[in-house]
Structure formats: C-alpha cells, structure tokens
Write a protein that binds this ligand. Structure first.
Ligand code: SAM
Length: 313
C-alpha cells in the first residue's frame, strides 16, 4: 500500500531535482491522463485506490520501473504493462507500488490475547472434546514475514500446550518480492524492537554483518508463504484465526467489502479475525461477534458441523 506518511523521496528540493533530471526524458511527472490509467490498473489488480494527491509518489515508483526495463517513457511502460508480453511485469509493478512496513509483535495487545486467551481457549475446548487438535492460522498481507513469524514464535513458546497438535501458519501477500524476503527471514534491528532478548537468542541468529538477524530454520519451516490477492477468494481449508492488519488502509469501500467477504468465508465457525487499528472495516464486520475493537469472532462451532446439526434438528 501507499505509505500514509510523506515518503522520503518527495521532499520539495528532491522533487525539483527529479523534475530537472527527468524533464528531457519525458519522465518528470505522469500527466492527469496517465495518472488515471495507472490508478485504474492498480485498483483493478489490487483493490488499492490511490489518492490524486499522491501523483509524485506514483510518478517516482512508475519511473523506477520505466528505468528498470529501459523503456522510453510512461506511455511506453503502460503499453508494455497491459500487453500480453508485459504480463510478468504486473508483479514488478505491484511490488513497486505497495508499501510493506512491518515489524515483529506489532500491536502487542493482539499477541497477548492470542497467547493468553485464544490458545488457552482452544486447548481447553480440545480437552473437553469440543474441537479437533488442529489449528490453521493465516497472516493475510504478511509483507516480509514479521507477522507470521511472530505467530510461529508464540506457538513455539507454547509448544508444550500443543503437543500432538497439527498446526499450520500461512503467510500470504500480493507482492512476490515481499514473499521472497519473507522466506529468507532476515531483518534489521529496527523491525525487532519488540523481540525480547530470550526470544532473539532462541529464535534468531545473527548474520555476518552483525546488524541483521535471521529467523532460525525451525521457525521458518513452521510458516508456509503463498502469493494471494485479497480481491480473490482464499482457496483451501478454513482458518481458525486470521490476522488482517495494516493492509486495507488504502482500499476503497468496494475493495474492503470484497476482501472482508473473502476473509469471513475463509474463517471457520468459531474462528477469530484480528484486524489492524486503521483497517477501517468495523462497519463491515457486523455479522461477527465483537470481542474487542480489534478482535472479532465468527459465530458457530469449531467442529464445522453446525449445518449438519441444524439439518438433524
Ligand atoms: C503494511 S504491510 C502490513 C504487514 C503486516 N500485516 C503488518 O501489519 O505488519 C501491507 C501488506 O499488504 C499487502 N497488500 C496490499 N494489497 C494487497 C492485496 N490486494 N492482496 C494481498 N496483499 C496486499 C502489501 O503488499 C503489503 O505487503
């Protein structure tokens, strides 16, 4: 998504310099028509609606792709992007457009709930025979992976409660570049402020340069990464818990409705949806039970047998 804060590459003096550097190449600034075309393309492919005020930002990011491909100008790039040959460029373009800030244990209250309340609840339910001993957790819009790895670390710390359980953690993002980063699992210190020293020692190893840390293999192996666009339904089995945080800020209402519909459908009965503080989807979650401002539950039994029960009744 586009960053909410002013981007570092659009200070007035830099903007002037860019203008002068690129004027002779016809790359100084996308025209209103070009903005409109790129904006529609991005919306169609990601659900992200770009504000007209972001013209400089859009220009900078499109220009990066024009230069990377050695093309002459914005129109040539657009023609390529929308041609059959340019199909593979769509991912490069969306990678350049999305903003992927993330960090470990973001919004700590949700992780506290996940560890202290939710895990206790599922373990107790399984003991009473009210649910199966399996869990599927989805980090939707996971960027470079700090969120699904935070989930996997929490689960590893609670492994003694989940002995014999079948646990799956899936991280998805629209951006292939982010997923490549996520699979590597290497992070700078600033992304790890909320990682405690014992967690760092146990779940990370220092890389050669000393300034970055890699998530250990046992945790990397615990997470599966897949490319997925939230504008499409999520294939596969339902999830017991879905994290959807800091992803939809730049979606318009229609995109939010589409994504929320797919998320709720992907949630198992009794499953929980954890939303980011600025997702702006609270009005669309009315069919769910509100546990707190950022936590919602889909009604029904985790045994997935509600319909069967209703039919028998
Ligand atoms: C700011 S990051 C949030 C990462 C993590 N959820 C967190 O809260 O730290 C937002 C991510 O959403 C992804 N994204 C944006 N639009 C998407 C879409 N339509 N489908 C899937 N992912 C999308 C972006 O590529 C980006 O990596």
């Amino acid at each position: 998504m586009f960053s909410a804060s002013p981007t570092p590459d659009v200070t007035p003096s830099e903007s002037r310099r860019h203008y002068q550097d690129f004027r002779h190449l016809g790359l100084e600034r996308v025209s209103p028509d070009q903005f409109q075309r790129f904006e529609s393309f991005i919306y169609e492919h990601s659900g992200i609606r770009i504000d007209k005020k972001k013209v400089t930002l859009l220009t900078n990011r499109v220009r990066r792709r024009v230069k990377a491909l050695g093309l002459s100008d914005f129109d040539a790039y657009y023609r390529f992007l929308t041609s059959p040959q340019g199909n593979s460029e769509i991912k490069g373009f969306l990678d350049a457009i999305t903003t992927n800030e993330t960090f470990f244990f973001r919004t700590p209250t949700q992780f506290e709930w996940f560890r202290n309340r939710w895990l206790a609840e599922v373990v107790a339910d399984a003991r009473r025979g009210k649910r199966e001993t399996s869990l599927r957790i989805w980090s939707a819009g996971c960027a470079s992976g700090a969120e699904p790895y935070s989930i996997a670390i929490t689960l590893a710390e609670n492994a003694y409660r989940l002995r014999g359980w079948n646990v799956e953690v899936i991280g998805t993002d629209i951006s292939h570049q982010m997923l490549d980063e996520a699979r590597k699992g290497v992070y700078p210190r600033r992304v790890m402020n909320a990682v405690t020293d014992p967690q760092r020692r146990r779940f990370f190893r220092a890389t050669g340069d000393g300034d970055t840390w890699q998530v250990r293999e046992s945790i990397r192996d615990a997470v599966t990464f897949e490319q997925h666009n939230l504008m499409r339904p999520m294939p596969g089995k339902e999830f017991d818990c879905i994290f959807i945080r800091n992803v939809m800020i730049y979606f318009d209402d229609r995109s939010k409705q589409t994504a929320v519909r797919h998320l709720i459908r992907a949630l198992s009965p009794g499953g929980y949806l954890l939303v980011g503080p600025s997702e702006g989807i609270h009005d669309q979650l009315k069919s769910l039970r509100r546990v707190s401002t950022l936590i919602y539950q889909k009604l029904g039994s985790p045994f997935h047998d509600d319909e069967a029960n209703r039919e028998q009744a």
